[in-house]
Design a protein around this ligand. Structure first.
Ligand code: ADP
Ligand code: MG
Ligand code: ZN
Length: 480
């Protein structure tokens, strides 16, 4: 009998604001340690917090995009614990009355395909500082620049059934948050952090005891850590042990998960409402405006690309991957290029020149010109690829003029010969040079057509339009 894996994720995402959640300090990543601090984020006695409106707006935007119900009234709460990187001795978070509840995220997995994952809640909180154990020999250093940086925590239902699904969830979540410009979701810089809860059970049984896995710094790390933890739990249970609810740390270098020291596992946060902040009240009109201002989200875009452009699910998924790429693709289509044709060129040729960087891609009008060269028979598909590369190289130095595609094709000698007299004479020369093949063709070996077309192309040094060559050959071969 097999085991079913059950996973729920708690994701912390840093909001893209200039300043911190409750003070005016810069929230920038990478500044010299302890340069972006003030009495508020250092927790000096008497300092008072004031919420960052932009952070609230971004959190609300994310909540609506994720289908949550946004509460017009929510409460900030203190989460108390002792740790050197927490000068206040508590984090301001939300607990009993969070900003948003419910919600869902559509994810695309290789195995079952499109799945909807339920969300439990989304709330606002501030970050803690960061400890460094490797900067000063024999000591731990603390950087408080991150103290008070705005975060949202997004908690999923235990709806995920494999480490691969957990990864797909993170990919989808990052995509939505990118579309919204809510966060850059960079795991390496810590602007997205994942606590992953996992349990196993026999299918149909109630949920098993979960453990929480931390310390992953990439999406693939999450998948790997969860695979290790699942295997560990299965082995333990099959040995007759019971799973203890605890926190596990992933060690990427050792490729293992091991229990956190139990001393660090204090679970009693003694939450209570933050006395220095009134309830967060968001007027209906403001909420409505935020909801209506949402852009088209990746899942909707993917479906629209499939329905109105006839793209495959895969192509639609790639082209709706980022807002920039989707906009780019649609501009090529808007130049009058057939949608599937445009998809092929953008995915196979244009993106290949600057993978992952649409901003550096050639202007859509130029790409459309290149595609039209092929359509018109002016250049072959292969030649047009070369034209595209050359245009790309030139565009690094100069702004491309209209008609640049044709100029480049001419410069590179890639214009196909359409001239029927010229093609007819190449055909005649070729047939004269291959009397044996000609005889065999006439005796019924018609598959020699391909060979003969190839020979004519060779004679033209690749410049003849292959369609015109085929036509000319057919005429010549059917004649006397
Ligand atoms: P805490 O904040 O103490 O970690 P929560 O109730 O907020 O606890 O749950 C955290 C996460 O754990 C959620 O994402 C939830 O889906 C997940 N979870 C809860 N129970 C299980 C379980 N039995 N197996 C796997 N994940 C679970
Ligand atoms: Mg937790
Ligand atoms: Zn500050």
């Amino acid at each position: 009998m097999t085991w079913e894996t059950v996973i729920g994720l708690e994701v912390h995402v840093q909001l893209l604001t200039r300043s911190k959640m409750f003070c005016g300090c810069s929230a920038k990543f990478g500044d010299p340690p302890n340069t972006n601090v003030c009495p508020v984020c250092l927790g000096m006695p008497g300092a008072l917090p004031a919420p960052n409106e932009r952070a609230v707006r971004l959190a609300v935007r994310a909540a609506y995009a994720l289908g949550c119900a946004v509460n017009g009234r929510s409460i900030f709460a203190r989460k108390n614990y002792f740790y050197p990187d927490l000068p206040k001795g508590y984090q301001i978070s939300q607990f009993e009355e969070p900003l948003a509840t419910g919600g869902r995220l559509e994810i695309v997995t290789p195995e079952p395909g499109v799945l909807t994952v339920g969300l439990t809640r989304l709330h606002l909180e501030e970050d803690a500082g960061k400890s460094f154990h490797d900067r000063v020999p024999g000591m731990t250093a603390v950087d408080f620049n991150r103290s008070g940086v705005p975060l949202i925590e997004i908690v999923s239902e235990p709806d995920l059934r494999s480490p691969a699904e957990a990864r797909a969830y993170l990919v989808a979540l990052k995509q939505v948050l990118h579309y919204l410009e809510v966060s850059d979701c960079n795991m390496e810089e810590g602007s997205l952090r994942v606590d992953a809860n996992l349990s196993i059970r026999r299918p149909g049984e109630p949920l098993g005891t979960r453990t929480e896995v931390k310390n992953m710094n990439s999406f693939s790390g999450v998948e790997r850590a969860l695979t290790l933890e699942r295997d560990r739990q299965v082995a333990a249970v099959e040995r007759g042990e019971t799973i203890v609810q605890r926190t596990m740390l992933f060690d990427a270098a050792a490729n293992e998960v091991r229990p956190m020291r139990s001393k660090e596992e204090s679970h009693d946060y003694r939450y209570f409402p933050e006395p220095d902040l009134p309830p967060l009240v968001l007027p209906d009109g403001w909420l409505k405006a935020e909801r209506e201002a949402l852009p088209e989200l990746p899942a909707a875009k993917r479906l629209r690309f499939m329905a109105s452009f006839g793209l495959s699910a895969y192509d639609a998924g790639v082209l709706s991957g980022t807002r920039e790429l989707a906009e780019y693709y649609e501009s090529v289509v808007a130049e009058g290029i057939e949608a599937k044709e445009a998809a092929n060129w953008v995915m196979n040729d244009v993106l290949a020149l600057h993978p992952e960087d649409v901003q550096r891609a050639l202007p859509p009008a130029t790409v459309a010109d290149v595609i039209r060269l092929v359509k018109a028979g002016t250049a072959s598909r292969q030649a047009a690829k070369r034209v595209l590369q050359e245009l790309d190289a030139r565009s690094a130095n100069v702004t491309l003029a209209p008609g640049a595609a044709l100029d480049v094709a001419t410069d590179l000698g890639l214009i196909q010969v359409q001239d029927t007299n010229q093609i007819d004479s190449w055909v005649r020369e070729t047939l004269d040079a291959h009397p044996a093949e000609l005889a065999r063709y006439r005796a019924g070996e018609t598959k020699l057509m391909g060979f003969l077309v190839g020979q004519v192309m060779k004679r033209s040094k690749g410049k003849a339009d292959p369609k015109a060559v085929s036509a000319a050959l057919s005429v010549a071969l059917s004649g006397p």
